[in-house]
Design a protein around this ligand. Sequence first.
Ligand code: SF4
Ligand code: SF4
Length: 85
Amino acid sequence: MANVEVKKDNYLAVGRTEAVEISVDTFLCKGCGICVELCPRKVFEWSQELSEKGVHYPIPVHADKCVKCKLCELLCPDFAIAVKW
Ligand code: SF4
Ligand code: SF4
């Protein structure tokens, strides 16, 4: 299993492996849950803490399961997710 690094820094919740980096801008995210529900690999889990906006936000804790489909990035209505490799 790939090593997953998860960190929150400068409003970003980042999940990273050697193969991919998924970042969620917790300042932009409104907590709608589209990414959490529609990611085919269930990469995201909700944060325990609240963001600056006062909502729970998704954390890419299972980045090692990501298949780089970019659905999350494309479907997020607030352009809060970036998937890079
Ligand atoms: S790119 Fe696809 S598999 Fe990866 S986190 Fe986004 S929706 Fe899930
Ligand atoms: S789809 Fe975008 S706004 Fe909605 S929970 Fe995910 S990151 Fe936040």
